[in-house]
Design a protein around this ligand. Structure first.
Ligand code: NAP
Length: 473
């Protein structure tokens, strides 16, 4: 596929191969952009912004509605692209494609609700004889940098609000999974978005990232990815607004009165969705000791029933990790935990990029699978005796995106929900739930700012005050 720069779909002499992590088959190639391409993308986006800011809200919303309909009409093609270039099974990929339609539709709807308010200028002496208001105006060029694990919907979470707000946007998708994002940009073009408003540049973050991030033309960087790249970006960005959607290491508390069958079922799904490469995936489960044994038994049984392998087969429950290197990395972390005393209850074997869904207990706090973001198919079980211990353990890490708890006791639910230090708490569900229009983001190393269309629109617009001095009033 080609990249879209300055209104033209272009190739480059150097190409990057996009391969299926399951069998390493070649799917396609994309251009390997360089710093000169980054400059070209920004120059075109600066021109595109002049068009974008003049588009009526009606026109922006219509483009977004049309793009949503185009994606909806090609759901299976989008799902197959997601499933082939990434880790998701075809069933998981279909869900992502459907969510992308929701994200674009919500962007179209929210475009019509970008509102300001009147300002009571006379509320302090000196403000008399003034009347006015503020509007929210487009921020400018948005640089959107996206990760591999939701290669379509996380791109839609940036392109949708950027267009709704009246901005132009430069998209740099993840190098291992660029195809779904490029197809989404094609859909925007078919829907009639003036071309200079959107650029997509493909290339390694390590090669073109600094040129994009340090460029003074974007007014905002909207980044979703890991802490390491996120920190580098914040250091280089200069005077720009920054949205950081980073990783996590999500905890779940299963209280003694929980529905054990449901908790086990939904937490297994939450741990192994997208082969665990999910920023809100379940990583640590704290179970009240009264129900630890039955929960552990059911959790391990369901995990052992998982079918892993070919992502395109309907019956497959879990596919490979994104690369063999990533699977080896996590296999090493599991071995490290075992050496330090952890017990493997299920899984652990690896073949190529396929790592079996792995359940651990007795994991020491020093182990990486406890303290770091695993971003893969491993999960730890722990016994707890009381709510304060559960909260201290759940909060005892450097991340805080989502947390979850299972109980039928309303008082306990409130105590735990308010005690958990994170961006969102799911009650009687796993951490792996997100509605595309809810505020989404984290505390601590999980990031800065919130996405979720209405909230992204706040970030991607800024207030402009209009104040009249009326001496005769
Ligand atoms: P990543 O390695 O941080 O890469 C994310 C994006 O940043 C890619 O497009 C990457 O390009 C680019 N990049 C890397 N270095 C860069 C640099 N120096 N300057 C500019 N861009 C740079 O993350 P990933 O492995 O794709 O994704 C996994 C991470 O994303 C996990 O930590 C996960 O939790 C997080 N995540 C967070 C959310 C959320 O909403 N909070 C959602 C999904 C994922 P290349 O691909 O070319 O390296």
């Amino acid at each position: 596929m080609k990249m879209l720069l300055a209104g033209e779909w272009v190739d480059r002499a150097k190409a990057i191969e996009v391969r299926d992590p399951f069998d390493n088959s070649l799917i396609d190639t994309v251009p390997r952009a360089d710093a000169a391409d980054a400059d070209k993308a920004m120059a075109a986006a600066a021109e595109g912004f002049e068009t974008a800011r003049r588009m009526t809200v009606y026109d922006r919303a219509q483009v977004l509605f049309r793009t949503a309909r185009i994606v909806e009409g090609r759901l299976e093609d989008f799902a197959t692209t997601i499933a082939r270039e990434g880790s998701k099974t075809i069933r998981e990929a279909r869900k992502e494609a459907r969510r992308c339609v929701n994200t674009l539709t919500a962007s179209a709807e929210e475009a019509k609700r970008i509102q300001g308010e009147t300002i009571p200028f006379s509320s302090f002496p000196g403000g008399e004889k003034r009347r006015g208001y503020y509007e929210r105006v487009p921020i400018g060029i948005v640089l959107a940098i996206t990760p591999f694990n939701d290669p379509l919907n996380l791109v839609a979470h940036k392109l949708g609000p950027a267009v709704a707000a009246g901005n132009s946007v430069v998209l740099k998708p993840a190098t291992v999974t660029p195809l779904s994002g490029i197809k989404l940009v094609e859909a925007f073009m078919e829907a009639g978005l003036p071309p200079l408003i959107m650029q997509v540049i493909t290339g390694y973050g390590a090669e073109i990232g600094d040129a994009l991030v340090a460029d003074p033309r974007p007014r905002m960087i909207s980044f979703t990815g890991g802490v390491e790249a996120g920190l580098r970006i914040t250091k280089l960005a200069g005077l720009k607004k920054i949205g950081m959607e980073l990783g996590s290491n999500s905890p779940v508390i299963v209280w003694r009165d929980a529905d054990i069958e449901w908790a086990a079922e939904t937490c297994v799904s939450g741990a192994f969705w997208a082969a665990g490469q999910n920023c809100i995936g379940v990583q640590r489960i704290y179970v009240h000791r009264d129900v630890y044994e039955p929960f552990r038994k059911r959790f391990v049984e369901i995990t052992r029933g998982y079918k892993i392998g070919d992502k395109l087969k309907e019956e497959t429950d879990m596919g490979p990790m994104i690369t063999e290197g990533e699977a080896r990395r996590l296999e090493g972390w599991v071995r490290e935990a075992e050496k330090a005393g952890a017990r493997v209850l299920a899984g652990r074997r690896r073949e190529g990029a396929l790592l079996e869904p792995t359940v651990l207990e007795n994991v020491p706090k020093t182990a990486k699978v406890h303290a770091e973001e695993v971003f893969g198919p491993t999960v730890n079980l722990y016994q707890v005796d009381d709510a304060d211990q559960a909260l201290a353990e759940a909060n005892g890490i450097a991340y805080g995106l989502h947390a979850a708890l299972f109980t039928r006791d309303v008082d306990m639910a409130f105590k735990l929900a308010y005690g958990l230090d994170c961006g969102g708490v799911m009650i009687n569900d796993s951490t792996d739930y997100r509605l595309d229009s809810m505020p989404f983001g984290g505390v601590k190393n999980s990031g800065l700012g919130r996405e979720g269309i209405k909230f992204s629109l706040q970030e991607m617009t800024e207030p402009k005050v209009i104040c009249w001095y009326l001496p005769k009033s």
